[in-house]
Ligand binder design. Sequence first.
Ligand code: ATP
Ligand code: MG
Ligand code: MG
Ligand code: MG
Length: 569
Amino acid sequence: MRTSQYILATLKETPSDAEIISHQLMLRAGMIRKLASGLYTWLPSGLKVLRKVEQVVREEMNKAGAIELLMPVIQPADLWEESGRWEQFGPELLRINDRHNRPFALGPTHEEVITDLVRKEINSYKQLPINFYQIQTKVRDEVRPRFGVMRAREFTMKDAYSFHMTEECLDNTYQRMHQAYCNIFERLGLDYRPVIADTGSIGGSVSHEFHVLAESGEDAIAFSDASDYAANIEKAEAVAPSEARPAPSKELNSFDTPEAKTIEELKAKHGVKPHRGVKTLIVYGAPDENEERGLVALIVRGDHELNELKAEKLELVDSPLEMAKEEDIVAAIGARPGSLGPVGLDMPIIVDRSAAVMADFVAGANKDGVHYSGINFDRDVTEYTVEDIRNVIEGDPSPCGKGTLHIKRGIEVGHIFQLGSKYSEAMNAGVLGENGKNQIMTMGCYGIGVSRIVAAAIEQNNDKFGIKWPKTLAPFELAIVPMNMHKSHRIPDIAERLYSEFQAAGVDVLFDDRKERPGVMFNDMELVGIPYTLVIGERNLDENKVELKNRITGEKLMLDIDSAVVEIT
Ligand code: ATP
Ligand code: MG
Ligand code: MG
Ligand code: MG
């Protein structure tokens, strides 16, 4: 490829709305452009990297015996009704109607579609086990799209779904997928960890997430310092020995009628104390105008010092006793319409990040006659910092019994699940068993965030000059940079010759044929992260040499022009 016939689209300045390094570099290196919140165009260089990730994923999935297919993005609501998720999924499910006013969803995941396919196409135990996968666009109307393609509203996922007669068979495929995932992340050169994950609302017993370690990661993972134990924070906390956890805070339990009208008064009156280190979201109940249906009138967030109470919606804080509209609450806490009630007058709901802590609290709260209702606690309703979490479990005994827990940040790039029969049962997906009777299948599902991996890889491979692509991911393998081409005939001639020779040798080479200053060209090649740059300069040509620069190590190597192609390839 010639730069003059390409769109490098590099930027000198760091765009102000990009918070983390991968987002900044993807914009600056001309990989993506924003269309709207959480929606990105992949520019040619970005797309090349995305395709490389896809290819590695595809090869390893094929090797592990999975079969590729492709399902529609648009999915009929009936299937989601059947599984019960049309109601459950909440606002992350983007819903549309067709011209006949029939409801559809833009697929955030494909359990329903694949289960429907398999129940129609697979009839006998003899056809099992079977594992289907696709690499495809997913749509999720994320509450907080951010960090570029890291948390987008439209993104590329590899999702696989396996079907079995027995738990043992499912476990077999699960282990194969686990291994395939390790192979994939290894080949992509990522520093990653598989961690035990909470199965949450999906049910089932076994689940692992794969995290790329990075300070910018939105997730926290807990490691034992004396064993292989590693779990995501929810799981580590859920199984941590109970003596390691302080008892639920009584102060929160006794939080009563909000006579106070401002946060200050509220704090003074109730002396609200934090419930362990995690940021706490307090949702206060109050009735609607007819005193029939409970609505939530006050939402307060407190940090663990509780020297700061922040409202999700300021208007709710300023007038805590005024009626709040359900839409406001729904918007504020990301709950689903209809999921809030009935909450009676003076009934506080305290939503905590930790399911385990929440369970403790609810048990206590119910004893005290305080009700809670209808909010999906697996849902991530609070923002938390790693420091918050460190306060919670850093130094706790490891659930495995060896060592204590330490926290690191991670980016979730993969997630595998033993689903059991949740979907197959709801959707009546059975096959003829060996005994001649219909038997419901058990399922596994396995996701990889293909587009998120591109960003995660940059988080781990960069320096102040730009991206340092490992060979497997780089948009180009080699750049040819002729210095001051227009000043001499020798340079363009050699550059052209080498360019065609590299092309003939099958090297994906970018020929920077712009009439730019050498400094500009070097900066661009470093920013884009091309692993090798071949510099053609007047002085070296006198000795029939060109210079090869390694982007990762910074090493420079002099090569004979005539053997350059052979030596590099
Ligand atoms: P997260 O916790 O980051 O929201 P998730 O647990 O909701 O992710 P899964 O349903 O497990 O995601 O989907 C499988 C994979 O898809 C995730 O491990 C992640 O790598 C990727 N993924 C999920 N949501 C997004 C998104 N909004 N943008 C990019 N990739 C995503
Ligand atoms: Mg999510
Ligand atoms: Mg997750
Ligand atoms: Mg997940």
